[in-house]
Ligand binder design. Structure first.
Ligand code: NDP
Length: 419
């Protein structure tokens, strides 16, 4: 039986916490920690009556390694499940190394301040050498491989849906359906409607930074850059229907093309409605997406953080969001000398999620695999010393848990391909 320390109690964490409570065959104790202990206590009050998992709460500021180390040493978890912000990945990993404990997260590191000189120099070097311009990448986290090896523990990176389940889908396709995979398109479709003119489905700051950045894809060993939202396709998604989707950079392309060098081309598309794009462009044009602090009447404010305070909190979208998500991967490759195409995807209904755990499907599709990732590590089903991504392990036990814990998947032969 395992102890898990959950850092964060926002939209994604609230689902992972509910799912940890359902998974008492793996977890015996959970501590929920963030800066606002009242929110953690609310979560405890909501779920403790439903579960035998013993829940405690703590206040922690994840920018402080000392606070993290003190909390980890007092709770003594088997695994730390980081569901706060990607800005804190490195400090939490370092605290885990110091305390000799396993680590899981759902988003690759990006700095809060992209003008910090040491990070900026490293970034410029990466842009020159590797060619992709996104502010988030795995290099700083992969660099901690030896540190985790030396303590005999594991860090598992990107354990949400995308990255996360999409990585497992690829490992599963390779294990059961292909000798070689040549082309992969990852399609992330949210067919849900929350009724607001503009809101993001997960943390607005992280979300808007991601989608307003230039896009790219990987082809024949190189990254190919494209201006933000400049590559559009229309796809008819099973159980959702026809949607516009746009090419974005996404972090799993980096790990998957490293771990499956046979892949000739990998792209990532996400659906957006016209209203979302128009609002985003307008906010960008007036400077509201900027991460650089400005002086306003004697106060320093960061425009995107101010915007976050104005927008609906993603964790409150649950009751009003209707429709479905469809996230999956389309593969083209070869099996037994013959060309094969395959689509593996999950469909998730916003209102079904809300009925079950009180959250919309974006938090649900991330929180469920986050719990499963922590369970893979805590039970030793996935074993290793060092820093890993999800495609490094046997996909079958993870795929079984997806079916069991609310994200059943479908396999479709000969899907319509994206041109
Ligand atoms: P929220 O903004 O809802 O929650 C963030 C949480 O982090 C809050 O509970 C906040 O609590 C906590 N937090 C922020 N700063 C600190 C700090 N300094 N110390 C301790 N806790 C802190 O975000 P979401 O739940 O929407 O997203 C969580 C993560 O999931 C993000 O990293 C996001 O990128 C990732 N994600 C991954 C996806 C995937 O498929 N892989 C998809 C969607 C999201 P408090 O303010 O009390 O400190």
């Amino acid at each position: 039986m395992s102890k898990v320390l959950v850092i964060g109690c926002g939209g994604v964490a609230s689902v992972a916490i509910a799912k940890i409570c359902q998974c008492s065959e793996v977890f015996s104790e959970m501590c929920i920690a963030s800066r606002t202990i009242a929110k953690c206590n609310e979560m405890k009050a909501k779920w403790q009556p439903t579960t035998s998992v013993k829940i405690s709460t703590a206040k922690v500021d994840a920018t402080s390694k000392d606070q993290l180390v003190a909390l980890i040493n007092s709770f003594k978890p088997d695994v730390v499940l980081h569901l706060g912000l990607p800005y804190h990945d490195l400090v939490i990993m370092d605290a885990c190394v110091e305390c000799k404990v396993n680590y899981v997260d759902t988003a690759s590191y990006e700095p809060e301040d992209i003008d910090e000189p040491v990070w900026r120099a490293k970034y410029e070097k990466r842009v020159k050498e590797k060619g992709f311009v996104a502010y988030f990448d795995y290099s700083d986290q992969w660099e901690r491989n030896d540190a985790f090896k030396n303590i005999g523990k594991m860090a598992l990176l990107g354990g949400g849906f995308d990255p996360g389940v999409t990585n497992v889908f690829i490992a599963y396709a390779k294990k059961h359906y292909f000798d070689t995979i040549d082309y992969v398109d990852i399609l992330d479709c949210n067919g849900g409607d929350h009724g607001y003119p503009f809101a993001t489905n997960f943390n607005p700051e992280i979300n808007l930074r991601e989608v307003s950045a230039p896009g790219d894809y990987y082809e024949n060993g190189k990254w190919v850059g494209v201006p933000a939202m400049s590559v559009k396709r229309v796809y008819n998604f099973p159980e959702v229907g026809e949607k516009d989707m746009y090419l974005l950079h996404h972090e799993e392309i980096e790990s998957l093309t490293t771990n499956f060098p046979e892949i000739k081309r990998m792209r990532f598309f996400m659906t957006f409605g016209q209203s979302y794009l128009t609002h985003m462009k307008c906010l960008e044009n007036v400077g509201m997406l900027s991460t650089i602090p400005i002086d306003f009447e004697g106060h320093k404010i960061v425009p995107i953080q101010f915007l976050k305070a104005l927008l609906p909190d993603p964790s409150t979208l649950g009751p009003r969001t209707v429709g479905k998500t469809n996230i999956g991967c389309i593969f083209t490759g070869v099996k037994d000398g013959k060309k094969r195409t395959l689509y593996i995807y999950n469909v998730c209904d916003h209102q079904e999620c809300y009925k079950e755990v009180g959250s919309q499907a974006i938090s649900y599709t991330t929180g469920v695999p986050a719990m499963i990732s922590a369970a893979m590590v805590a039970t030793g089903t996935w074993k290793g010393n060092g820093v890993f991504n999800l495609e490094n392990f046997d996909p079958d036990p993870f795929m079984d848990m997806l079916n069991k814990y609310g994200l059943p998947w479908n396999v479709q032969e000969n899907p319509v391909l994206v041109d």
